[in-house]
Design a protein. Structure first.
Length: 665
């Protein structure tokens, strides 16, 4: 039996030798990295430009798991040389390398930036291989953000490109990643099929590292299916491939997998030892995703052992790191375990709050997943309709050809009739399409409103009920905190309703413009004071730069609504410890008011959509703040009503500048 196998001295000795080997690799990598870099720099001087770039690329990829910080240095050195080169086309490849490394380090925002940058460069060069790798990497980003439909869409698209160009290495990558998504969705049959196909390709290419990863993932499937003997054997088979290829992260996965098996067998002490070994390896190589997974597992183990202090320590670590890095799948697990933990500690208030966090995050993720599924269905529908229309048109042409030689006069009459009918059909089709788009916008708006009203109303209802039933048992501080939460939820509801009512009034054209002399400086100072508390929660400072006594002929309600929404968005999308600048000046018979933030910024494509589209667009803030997207829609509509101009300047990762230009007339 497997239980006796786990307690044999031989297996324990093999496990100790395995750990000794792992840490010898890690120590060697740390001690010699500096010397190795110096010798590499010396060797580079003897190479030509092309050889230098290729060598730096190889060094970057080889060190991505062993020494990720050194790998980043090599990548940036390679990019410097590529930018100076005229003919080198490998920039997209290096950018993808950087994205993978930052993803391993847990910096998902930087990973996404480099993946998107790599995609843009590859598209410009029409490099199919790197377009496919960029798509696959973006799929991995969505996978770690728990957006599984979006992840599958990107990875399937990448697989199609790899298959078309015959890139078996790329096909193996995508098959493995598809398998990981099916595994987390508990579709074990599909997961197993994709891992087996990936492993076959990698083994045929003598890719020891890749084959090790496929074996480890197969072991995870067998474990999920409770086939513990098979899982253990598969993990053991993967170990020599990890050793031979220097795949240290794979050795961490093996330790974690063996720990999971011990846990299911009730051998909690052995499970803890293996989990700590896996965590030590992840800490050494900076594998942030592995760290978070092990923090959650350790917290859950200690929860089972009734060591609530240590369980709280590791679950809070997992929660904090998940929030910082954006690993929403693990954050949801942390919330769920913390809810159970505080229930056992009889801290029902915290248990209730974490239950709410878990439910809210789960609903948010599933809501985005459903939107992606709806988009997939719409795409399939329009493609099918287009095929049917093409088939009908072909049949019409065949009928016309068969009768042309016999009924010339009739042919012209039929042709005229067909043209008239097609014109009428297309006109009706456009009309129906417009109605469909309006209905979709309406449905989306009501969906947004329902979703955003649900959270504050649920919080309001739950906290009120909690106060009603537990009022006599609560401390004064707890009562104040709950009352503050009620007030905060009420403010959220009020702002949403105000935005909705103002937007509806603008759509019906019932808002009248009443211009009068408006003190711009006083307005900006007042708005700054209003949003200071919101900004303070994120350590963001709001600065006002305008001249005292500056006035403009404007409608106070309209301008206050526009600048207030822009300021709200600026704080929402700003990074912590940054600043938002409100400024105003007058030139050429115009008053110019600007709101500048130092936050996430926006790509040019999104700015173009905002300027041209009438759709309501939703994006979460840097603090995971929810929103309806009505604020920016209001700004656009109110600017047009006031005969003002709203300009947007932004760049991904470098913040945004919104400028409102008000003419004096």
């Amino acid at each position: 039996m497997i239980y006796s196998l786990f307690n044999t001295g031989l297996f324990m000795l093999m496990n100790k030798l395995r750990i000794l080997f792992i840490f010898s690799l890690l120590i060697a990598a740390t001690v010699f990295s500096s010397q190795k870099k110096d010798s590499i720099l010396t060797a580079l001087e003897k190479m030509n430009e092309k050889e230098q770039i290729n060598h730096l690329k190889d060094l970057c990829w080889d060190n991505r798991s062993i020494n990720p910080n050194l790998a980043i240095q090599y990548a940036k050195m390679a990019l410097e040389k590529i930018d100076k080169s005229v003919n080198d086309r490998s920039k997209s490849e290096v950018l993808n390398f950087l994205g993978v490394i930052y993803g391993n380090l847990g910096n998902l925002d930087s990973a996404f930036y480099y993946y998107q940058y790599a995609m843009d460069v590859a598209a410009e060069l029409m490099d199919s291989t790197q377009i496919a790798y960029s798509l696959n990497n973006l799929g991995d980003y969505y996978y770690k953000s728990a957006l599984y439909s979006a992840a599958l869409e990107k990875i399937f698209e990448a697989y199609g490109i790899f298959e078309t160009i015959g890139d078996r290495r790329g096909m193996a990558y995508t098959l493995n990643d598809i398998g990981e998504i099916y595994l987390v969705q508990k579709d074990y049959e599909k997961a197993l099929d994709n891992f087996l196909r990936s492993g076959d390709i990698r083994k045929s290419r003598d890719d020891e590292r890749g084959y090790a990863k496929s074996l480890i993932n197969l072991g995870r499937v067998y474990f999920a299916e409770k086939k513990y003997d098979t899982a253990l054997k598969t993990f053991e088979d993967a170990e020599p491939y990890c050793r031979n290829s220097g795949y240290i992260k794979g050795l961490s996965w093996i330790q974690a997998g063996v720990g999971d098996i011990y846990f299911e067998l009730g051998e909690y002490d052995l499970a803890l030892k293996n989990k700590f070994r896996a965590l030590d390896i992840d800490n050494q190589i900076g594998n942030k995703y592995g760290q978070i997974i092990n923090y959650n597992k350790l917290g859950y183990l200690y929860l089972k052992l009734s060591d609530l202090g240590k369980a709280e320590e590791y679950l809070n670590k997992a929660k904090m790191e998940s929030r910082l890095t954006g690993h929403l799948d693990q954050l949801m697990i942390s919330y769920n375990h913390l809810k159970d933990l505080y229930y056992l500690k009889k801290n029902y208030k915290k248990a209730f709050l974490f239950m709410g966090d878990f439910s809210s995050l789960r609903d948010s993720i599933y809501s985005q997943e459903n939107q992606n599924k709806i988009a997939d269905l719409q795409t399939a529908f329009f493609n099918e309709r287009k095929i049917r229309e093409n088939e009908l048109l072909k049949k019409d042409i065949e009928i016309q050809k068969s009768t042309r030689n016999f009924f010339v006069a009739l042919f012209f009459l039929i042709t005229l009739a067909i043209i008239f009918l097609i014109s009428k059909y297309k006109s009706a089709q456009k009309h129906n399409q417009l109605l469909n788009e309006l209905n979709e916008s309406k449905d989306k708006l009501f969906s947004i409103i329902a979703h955003d009203l649900k959270s504050p109303f649920s919080a309001l209802s739950s906290i009120s009920q909690f106060l009603q039933t537990e009022y006599d048992n609560l401390e004064e501080n707890d009562k104040r905190e709950l009352i503050y939460s009620i007030a905060s939820s009420s403010e959220d509801i009020q702002k949403l309703l105000n935005d909705l009512l103002n937007w509806a009034r603008s759509q019906r054209g019932v808002i009248q413009i009443r211009k009068s002399p408006l003190n711009i400086n006083d307005l900006l100072v007042s708005l700054s004071d209003t949003y200071k508390f919101f900004a303070k929660n994120k350590d963001i400072s709001i600065k006002v730069q305008s001249r005292d006594g500056m006035t403009a002929n404007a409608d106070k309600f309209i301008i206050e609504t526009i600048i207030g929404n822009l300021l709200n968005n600026a704080v929402k999308f700003s990074h912590r410890h940054s600043e938002v600048i409100l400024s105003a000046k007058q030139e050429n018979n115009r008053t110019i008011i600007s709101v500048r933030d130092h936050g996430t910024g926006m790509p040019k494509k999104l700015i173009d959509e905002i300027n041209t589209s009438e759709k309501v667009m939703i994006t979460k803030g840097t603090g995971n703040e929810e929103g309806t997207g009505l604020g920016l829609a209001l700004c656009k509509d109110f600017s047009r009503l006031h005969n003002a101009e709203l300009q947007i300047e932004s760049e991904s990762g470098k913040g945004s500048l919104f400028t409102l230009i008000i003419p004096d007339n």
